[in-house]
Design a protein around this ligand. Structure first.
Ligand code: ADP
Ligand code: ZN
Length: 610
């Protein structure tokens, strides 16, 4: 079977997402890989899929028990033999897993880094062939990362004890250059194939607000988004308590989550959230790592977090399934003082000496300043964030609170037509130019270097954009490149299939531009109409809940909202059709196909009668 076939059969997806295919093929060729991909990009498939295709077992090192359990449930739901070993399991359960590992019944084994030292796992490693070791959240290995975890430093020792060195595949959603270098060195990656897919999450709307009354602002937001699932992050346990209580008093069900609760309550509240029994969870940053719930529709930060890395990670828990989602930060000056206090009084890690600790504090303060600038700068929030993470991003995104107030959509159909046809005509003359020169030609530059071409006689598009300022012209060209309407090779511009279609089909195009005057009232992003038949969706959702309850699984492990929506579109009533739904693989077809197809059959019969 090819990787593509395994993707459909075992995971139910038709095509790879950006970066997945490359990472997988390098792993299958035996090369180490280092994937830096934003939350929700689909990192898990990058190692789970090759793990199935390789001969031995894969060990996945993961920082959190909840993350392991979630991933293992998702794999099992797809009929994939996976298991985990963690400190919350009793002796018998561990023995049972080890027995199955010895019998070569497990393809993917999840465990925590600290476990790598245990004799039982060391013995396994000697006897059972291990094809790959995967490290998830690999930034935890670096002191310079935002959540350093000493246990991760045990990984190289474990690998060096293995009879044969496995392929190493490591993943994270955030890594500055410093952290990435640390990862490469500390884990001894061998000429790894490194891939960064870019950090942008198009479906997320980012906003910073400075409400005079944060709680009122929260209520207003919730009123505008009834029934949606969301996380509200607060900076302290006390505030979590307060906000939860006030919400409940206001008749809005919410549960709390922080490190000061009993294990039992924390687990219960987390489960209620994951199993859709309650839509809102109010939490400190202790909540979330390992929460793969795909249908979180908003993340509200009641306070400014300590750095942009944490913010992007926490806010990124919204909209993992690709649906439009909101990330709102409530900022006030007091947040800076609290964060500064937290840095000055941060936990003393006995493994870190005085000098390093001071250095780390300096780093933390610098990160805090960068975070504060995000909240106070008058600029596109997405541009600011993406630039910080090293991505090139357009100056305005059109989908953040700054852009909503300061940008408008400008029709650039005519300009696009002019630019494309100019490049066409140049290409006919076997000429190609970079963006800057093209701009000059479009604006009819008299510069010497163009004189030899006699454009004023021979090029009808010479000077047709005289009236457009140079910077604006360049922005439009960059916008066209980023939307693949032009191709750029070694800085030179070319037309492509999409540009041809644009002209031929008389398509229209607009792009966000900074408003020059009359800033309008800021408006919330409206949920884009996804065109789903809400009534059928509701019925399928009920069916999913019934199935999930019977199997003691979170509903999204059975099927995600995206999958249900695809069912609403495709209305499958045969096995073949059901298999064509995104997120349906062989095992899920067998397990759940009938139940869901019955719902669809009844529904379509009913609507036909109506
Ligand atoms: P990450 O670990 O990068 O945050 P996940 O691995 O949890 O992201 O994937 C996010 C969501 O996208 C999951 O629901 C996953 O099943 C889904 N997904 C992954 N790969 C694909 C794909 N090729 N096509 C469609 N959905 C995918
Ligand atoms: Zn923006």
């Amino acid at each position: 079977m090819t990787a593509r076939e395994v993707l459909k059969q075992c995971f139910g997806y038709d095509s790879f997402r950006n970066g997945q295919a490359e990472l997988i093929s390098h792993i299958l060729n035996g090369q180490d890989v280092f994937g830096i991909m934003p939350t929700g990009a689909g990192k898990s498939v990058c190692y789970q899929l090759p793990a199935l295709m390789m001969r031995g077992m894969t060990i996945v090192i993961s920082p959190l028990i909840s993350l392991m359990i979630d991933q293992v449930s998702a794999l099992r739901a797809n009929g994939i033999p996976a298991a985990c070993l963690h400190s919350m399991m009793d002796g018998d359960a561990c023995k049972d897993v080890l027995r199955r590992v010895y019998n070569r019944e497990i393809k993917i084994l999840y465990t925590a880094p600290e476990r790598l030292e245990t004799p039982s796992l060391r013995r396994i490693a000697e006897e059972v062939p291990i094809s790959m070791v995967t490290v998830d959240e690999v930034h935890c290995v670096s002191q310079w990362g935002q959540d350093f975890r000493p246990g991760y430093l045990k990984i190289p020792d474990f690998i060096s004890c293995l009879p044969r060195r496995p392929v190493l595949s490591v993943f994270t959603a955030t890594a500055t250059k410093e952290v990435a270098d640390d990862v490469r060195n500390l884990l001894h990656l061998r000429q790894p194939f490194c891939l960064t897919t870019g950090f942008n999450r198009e479906n997320l709307y980012f906003a910073v607000q400075r409400p005079r009354d944060k709680f009122q602002a929260l209520l207003d937001f919730l009123k505008q988004h009834p029934g949606k699932t969301g996380i509200i992050y607060c900076i302290s346990r006390r505030l979590v308590e307060q906000v939860t209580e006030e919400l409940c008093l206001a008749g809005i069900p919410a549960v709390r989550y922080h490190a000061g609760l009993t294990d039992e309550e924390r687990q219960r509240n987390q489960n209620d959230f994951i199993y859709d029994k309650v839509r809102l969870i109010v939490a400190t940053n202790a909540f979330g790592m390992g929460i793969d719930k795909p249908d979180v529709s908003f993340v509200i930060h009641y306070n400014m977090p300590k750095n942009l890395e944490s913010y992007y990670q926490e806010a990124g828990r919204a909209g993992r399934d690709g649906s439009p989602a909101n990330c709102i930060l409530f900022y006030d000056g007091g947040d800076i003082r609290i964060n500064q206090f937290l840095i000055d009084n941060s936990g003393e890690n006995p493994q870190i000496d005085q000098k390093t600790r001071e250095l780390l504090r300096q780093k933390d303060k610098q990160r805090l300043r960068i975070m504060q600038k995000y909240c106070t700068d008058d600029a596109c929030l997405r541009h600011y964030m993406l630039s910080y993470f090293g991505d090139t991003a357009p100056a305005v995104c059109g989908n953040c609170s700054f852009c909503q107030t300061n940008c408008e959509q400008k029709d650039i159909t005519l300009e696009t037509q002019k630019i494309i046809s100019c490049i066409y005509h140049l290409q006919e003359k076997n000429l190609s130019f970079d963006a800057k020169s093209l701009t000059q030609i479009l604006r009819g530059s008299k510069a010497k270097k163009y004189q030899e071409y006699h454009f004023s006689d021979s090029l009808s598009t010479y000077g047709i954009m005289k009236e457009i300022p140079e910077t604006q012209c360049l922005e439009i060209i960059r916008f066209l490149i980023s939307h693949s309407l032009l191709s750029e090779k070694e800085n030179l511009l070319y037309v492509n299939r999409k540009s041809a279609l644009f002209l031929k089909e008389k398509q229209k195009l607009s792009m966000p531009v900074k408003k020059i005057s009359f800033p309008a009232e800021s408006s919330q992003q409206k949920d884009k109409n996804t065109g789903t038949d809400e009534k059928l969706f509701g019925l399928l959702d009920q069916c999913r809940n019934t199935v999930a309850q019977k199997e003691h699984l979170p509903p999204y492990i059975v099927f995600t909202d995206m999958t249900l929506r695809d069912m609403c579109r495709k209305l499958p009533v045969s096995d073949m059709a059901f298999l064509s739904v995104s997120g349906v693989g062989r095992v899920k077809l067998e397990k759940y196909g009938d139940a869901f197809m019955n719902v669809i059959r009844n529904y379509t019969a009913q609507t036909r009668k109506d």
